[in-house]
Design a protein around this ligand. Structure first.
Ligand SMILES: CSC[C@H]1O[C@@H](n2cnc3c(O)ncnc32)[C@H](O)[C@@H]1O
Ligand SMILES: [Zn+2]
Length: 434
């Protein structure tokens, strides 16, 4: 039994006006017990630990709704290319050399970076997901994991069996911190027959689907040529939608596509920085949100971003929509919602994403006593437009502290950096020798 009291400014993300300048939040085990102004702690609540952080803002932990964590090992290896040549010429040859152990260490590196930048939950898609699950359980974060399924080749059925095994072994592991979805890679790498098989398995096991959709104009062209339909219309016709689906990217959409996404309750993972770096395009986020589609934020992998910092991602997402639409588009509080409440909705969580009694104690504190946060006109504006990863002081997931005073408590950062360096360089050497 653990009882923690945090005294700080509190931005609970329960509504645009909710803010406690001298707040108190009480946590018992994995749950939030109370949130309010000074003196609001329940009678008889005797904390084992009090964190006095009067110059910090406490807010819900950030939620990364689309990433490939172990791609930290490719950071800086394949830059300045569009998606298809990036994948075919650089990324997939490198990934062919990855061992399960490489993926474990690459994921640990990602988790160090995520915790240090205030991300408490991720939706991941990759291979060797048992090792990814072990890394997450060790780090103490929350994660939804999906086995990336490329269904046009001989390995498609094996990968699908791995995804099924993952559900059986890890769905609900770590006090519910780990859950599983199916991860068909994209409509251009999975046949119709394969996608139908994946959907049947996902429905049978009552878990969701995580897929790249309409990321580039090339993808739309390929689908139109092969099937005479846009990616969204094709997936809808196949029956892939209708359950819990997270569609990553959704850059190139028609009005009819947006209506389908809304009707089928498909949630969108928006990856502004990856879409910019690969020159994929600007997703119609303002239109999606105004037409009722739930949107969360993602970084994508560290090879197309090149970091996993959701503070940077919030700023980019907002500025990109302002450039595309007008300066009133995606104001700070709405972007914060996308990174917290919207992320939780996207991943299907009902007890994560805001700071309120009965919700999971997944929270971060940000040190506001820094030059770039004065004067304090607007806390949401400062968090989105001025903050960066290094401002995060404290991270808690499921009521457990994972970082204090920027020191990681569950992971050995220098050992993980060394291992990642050694493993990435080994693969580079293997590729050059061939
Ligand atoms: C089979 S595991 C997942 C697979 O996805 C690749 N990937 C990473 N980023 C993207 C992206 O933006 N679009 C499409 N595919 C991507 C990753 O390298 C893995 O091979
Ligand atoms: Zn991706």
């Amino acid at each position: 039994m653990s009882k923690i009291l945090i005294r700080a400014m509190i931005l609970p993300m329960t509504g645009a006006d909710a803010f406690f300048p001298q707040g108190e939040i009480c946590i018992e085990d994995d749950l939030i017990v109370s949130v309010g102004e000074k003196g609001s702690s329940p009678e008889g609540f005797v904390p084992d630990r009090i964190l006095e952080l009067p110059n910090d803002v406490v807010m819900p932990g950030l939620i990364n709704t689309h990433t490939h964590a172990a791609m930290t090992l490719l950071r800086g290896y394949a830059d300045d290319l569009p998606l298809m040549p990036w994948l075919n010429e650089k990324v997939w040859p490198f990934e062919d050399k990855l061992t399960d152990e490489d993926i474990y260490w690459g994921t640990l590196l990602a988790l160090c970076e995520m915790i240090r930048s205030g991300t408490t939950t991720m939706l991941d898609m990759y291979a060797s997901m048992e090792r990814v699950a072990e890394a997450v359980l060790q780090a103490g974060t929350r994660a939804v994991l999906s086995r990336g399924l490329i269904g046009n080749g001989p390995n498609g059925d094996n990968a699908l069996q791995e995804n099924i095994g993952l559900v059986r072994q890890y769905h609900g592991a770590g006090n519910g911190r780990v859950s599983i979805m199916f991860g068909p890679h994209a409509p251009y790498t999975c046949s119709a027959e394969y996608l139908k098989k994946v959907k049947a398995e996902a429905d049978g096991l009552n878990v969701g689907i995580h897929i790249h959709v309409a990321e580039t104009q090339d993808e739309v062209n390929i689908l139109k040529e092969q099937y005479g339909k846009t990616p969204v219309q094709w997936l809808d016709e196949l029956g892939l939608f209708g359950g819990h689906v997270v569609a990553a990217h959704c850059v190139h959409l028609t009005q009819q596509d947006i209506e389908i996404l809304h009707r089928q309750n498909v949630c969108v993972a928006h990856n502004a920085e990856s879409n910019m770096k690969l020159s994929s395009g600007t997703a119609p986020i303002t239109e999606l949100r105004s037409q009722g589609v739930v949107v969360g934020l993602g970084t994508d992998g560290a090879s197309s971003n090149n970091n996993l910092d959701l503070f940077g991602e919030m700023r980019s997402a907002s500025f990109q929509q302002k450039l595309k639409v007008n300066p009133t588009a995606l104001p700070a509080y709405e972007v914060l919602e996308m990174a917290t409440v919207g992320g939780a909705q996207t991943l299907g969580f009902e007890n994560v994403g805001v700071l309120a009694p009965g919700f999971k104690a997944d929270l971060i504190t940000i040190d506001m006593d820094q030059a770039h946060f004065y004067p304090r006109f607007s806390i949401p504006a400062h968090l989105v437009y001025s903050a960066h990863a290094g401002d995060v002081r404290t991270v808690m997931v499921d009521g457990k502290l994972l970082m204090e005073e920027r020191k990681l408590l569950t992971l050995d950062l220098s050992k993980i950096c060394q291992e990642a360096e050694m493993r990435a360089k080994r693969i580079e050497l293997e590729l050059n020798v061939k």
